[in-house]
Design a protein around this ligand. Structure first.
Ligand code: OGA
Ligand code: NI
Length: 360
């Protein structure tokens, strides 16, 4: 299944590009190679959002029958429909587990390049340490190194770091907890959407899961480079944890880039393309990107969830309404192939799935 995703579909980058952490430490501030210059990263486009502007959802108020708050459910629905993003607090994943996860991740990225390279991606594959979405020699490059691992179903462990020695165990435990949180969110979303939770979970909860740990080295000319190109996530649901206190995630709202300021211990959750398709556009998969800090490295861990490879993506019947189906019917496998065949480029994969509205 997932091994099929990474091994046989040739989903990864076909070209190898420099390690950015190494490059950043080797060059003078004025020497950034041309391929990393991104005039569109200019910060003047950026507005900051106030802490409480991005919806904050308190999971405790939704799962504890004694605390259940109907308004909180409406806020969740609104966040998924209008923002495509929210912060999740009181999610039940302990502080200790989050700290352990952060520490082990940092432990890996602090290792000398030679040690990290033992877990390097193979050409055309997505798992392992390296970059993604590089398909041509001319393409602009992102200022980041990544470690991608499939966590469910388990792959052969060759790309899983063995140093720190607790890394595997930590990531296993962390991702299992995240999976539980995600199942819980799916149930709540079903409630908000007015669909049977069993129908929602049928395709989503026997899901596949993978992680991407993003390492963004600092750059003296931070506003000339981009950590991660604008994109929407090509899966169903993402849970992101910032592994240190450096901010950098921006989301597109009303054509402006807004900087997300995570609350301590919060997860940033976002709707992916597949959930937009399955909700017939009711929930939005929103474009986002990562910017770079001048002084400090930034680290994040994104946990991606998607239905099994053979599932056919199509809107839930209850959500088709008068609009008809707004998206082409496509399998998870085909959509994934389509997504990875492109460079990260806004919502281009999702846009290609939209059906023209009748009479529109
Ligand atoms: C991603 C992503 C943002 C970040 O990995 O898909 O959007 O802040 N990451 O690292
Ligand atoms: Ni993303």
């Amino acid at each position: 299944m997932a091994s099929e995703l990474s091994s046989h579909l040739e989903l990864g980058s076909s070209l190898t590009v420099p390690n950015v952490q190494e490059l950043a430490s080797a060059i003078a501030p004025s020497e950034i190679p041309e391929r990393y210059f991104r005039p569109e990263a200019e910060t003047r486009l950026v507005d900051s959002i106030d802490d409480d502007e991005l919806p904050v959802i308190d999971l405790m108020k939704l799962v504890d029958p004694e605390l259940f708050d109907k308004e909180e459910l409406s806020r969740l629905g609104l966040a998924c429909r209008e923002w495509g993003f929210f912060q999740l607090i009181n999610h039940g994943v302990t502080k200790e587990m989050i700290e352990k996860t952060k520490n082990d991740i940092m432990g890996f990225f602090k290792l000398p390049l030679k040690e990290k390279d033992a877990f390097k991606q193979l050409p055309g594959q997505i798992e392992g340490y390296g970059q993604m979405f590089v398909h041509s020699e001319e393409q602009k490059l992102d200022w980041a190194d990544m470690l991608t691992l499939v966590t469910k179903p388990h792959q052969d462990m060759r790309f899983w770091p063995i140093n720190p020695s607790s890394f595997r165990d930590t990531i296993d435990k962390y991702t299992l907890k995240i999976e539980n949180v995600v199942d819980c969110l799916y149930r709540l979303m079903a409630k908000d959407l007015g669909i049977d939770p069993q129908v929602m979970l049928k395709n989503l909860s026997m899901q596949m899961q993978s992680i991407r740990i993003n390492y963004y080295p600092p750059c003296k000319q931070a506003n000339k480079v981009l950590g991660l190109s604008p994109h929407s996530d090509g899966i169903a649901l993402t849970v992101l944890l910032q592994a240190n206190d450096v901010k950098g995630l921006q989301i597109k709202k009303n054509d402006k880039w807004l900087l997300v300021k995570p609350k301590p211990g919060a997860f940033i959750v976002n709707i992916g393309d597949m959930l937009e398709i399955m909700t017939n556009g009711k929930y939005k998969s929103v474009e986002h990107r990562a910017i770079i800090n001048m002084e400090e490295a930034r680290l994040s861990i994104a946990t991606f969830h998607l239905p099994n490879i053979d599932v056919i993506l199509r809107p839930f019947l209850e959500l088709i309404n008068g609009d008809g189906e707004l998206y082409k019917t496509i399998s998870v496998k085909e959509y994934t192939k389509e997504y990875f065949s492109r460079k990260l480029n806004g919502k281009s994969a999702l846009e290609s799935m939209k059906l023209k509205k009748k009479g529109g």
